[in-house]
Design a protein around this ligand. Structure first.
Ligand code: PMP
Length: 371
């Protein structure tokens, strides 16, 4: 069965094998007689699905035992409120520091300011080429409750290639990362992280599931206004089943984790093997764009995203034709985000190298006719 290559930023393409397995198990999950969607979240079957998914994710990303993994709802945008409600009370001044690097970190800062003092420690928003502020130039608060970054800006295509080492910067506040659009695409240095959160609908599975990794010492600081379903301690103590979790989304995420583990089985390096593949895919596209003269990417080479590649043609009136022809060639969802225009290719784990090659072929062909 031939399917188009889907470059959507999210909800995004899923591994074909995962969709196939989900289809085969749709009506009767492994002899249980029911679909996963119809199971009680407290049933033995579903609890095993959930536990296996969590363990596979823990193995894959080498998440230390000192972190709880929470399966929550509300998406990454809910976390923009949930994080301050859980953490901003850590310091007497109720201050959190924000590093602004694009649209999503700007949103996180705005939402947090409803719950405490949201201080801008650095901003590179609007600079061309897009880049990240040097951590040594960040103006961190004396007693911050936490420091927030968006480790991959999905719209702007800007990615931290290394997480900042706050301790080396003289700051002992926990680092909070919105890693929605590059989770499971690369290794994570957990020694530098306090909380990581991600909506699932890019690299993990269906929309509706939000992954939250919380260091255990950060579970007990929620403000009294924090709803119980969003209180990290409550969710952790109930194994993510304080209320009904998004069961089907967890099941699909579990299949994706299995698929990722299977991809790396022959290599002992696990996530490093996935990361190497992502580097190869992104390099191929960036190298082509840089060499072309017809297309351009506006992000400084030190912080180009491996997952989301925004690109532009000098004559933006050609965008629609590019998209129409791409669609005919089986290349879908390449339109840039409406706030920046142009084009964007998202190259999540499930996008094969052949998809990137097909995109470059289309770009080359389009340039030959319009360049
Ligand atoms: N943060 C980032 C980095 C994102 O890419 C997105 C979604 N595109 C969001 C936050 C918002 O996520 P959600 O729609 O799951 O709330």
């Amino acid at each position: 069965m031939s399917r188009p290559f889907n470059f959507s930023a999210g909800p995004a393409t899923l591994p074909f094998e995962v969709l196939e397995q989900a289809a085969a198990e749709m009506l009767d999950w492994r002899g249980s007689g029911v679909s996963v969607m119809e199971m009680s979240h407290r049933s033995r079957e579903f609890v095993s699905i959930c536990e296996e998914a969590e363990q596979d994710l823990r193995d894959l990303l080498a998440v230390p035992a000192s972190f709880k993994i929470l399966f929550m709802q509300g998406g990454a945008l809910a976390q923009n409120a949930v994080v301050p409600m859980n953490l901003i009370g850590r310091s007497r001044s109720q201050t959190a520091d924000f590093v602004l690097s694009g649209s999503w970190s700007v949103k996180s800062h705005a939402e947090a300011s409803r719950y405490g003092n949201a201080h801008i420690a650095a901003s590179s928003v609007g600079e061309r080429p897009s880049r990240l502020a040097d951590p040594y130039q960040w103006r961190l608060s004396q007693e911050a409750s936490y420091v927030h970054i968006c480790s991959n800006e999905t719209i702007d295509g800007v990615e931290f290639q290394q997480l900042p080492d706050l301790l080396a910067l003289g700051c002992d506040a926990p680092l909070v990362i919105d890693c929605s659009s590059h989770i499971a695409s690369r290794a994570v240095d957990w020694s530098r992280v306090g909380v990581a959160y991600a909506g699932a609908q890019k690299n993990i599975g269906p929309a509706g599931l939000t992954l939250v990794f919380v260091r255990e010492d950060l579970l007990d600081h929620a403000l009294p206004i924090c709803p119980s379903v969003f209180n990290y301690r409550t969710v952790a103590d109930h194994g993510s089943m304080y209320n009904t979790p998004p069961t089907y989304a967890i099941y699909i995420a579990g299949l994706v984790f299995r698929w990722l583990k299977h991809q790396t089985e022959s290599q002992s390096s696990g996530i490093a093997a996935i990361e190497a593949r992502n580097i190869a895919k992104a390099s191929l596209l960036y190298d082509y764009i840089d060499a072309s003269g017809f297309y351009r990417n506006d992000v400084d080479k030190t912080c180009r995203s491996r997952m989301n590649v925004p690109f532009f043609m000098a004559d933006s009136s050609l965008d629609d034709q590019f998209l129409k022809e791409a669609h005919r060639a089986g290349l879908q969802q390449l339109k840039g985000h409406k706030s920046v225009g142009g084009l964007r290719a998202s190259l999540y784990n499930a996008m094969p190298l052949t998809g990137v090659k097909a995109l470059i072929e289309h770009m080359r062909d389009f340039e030959a006719r319009h360049g």
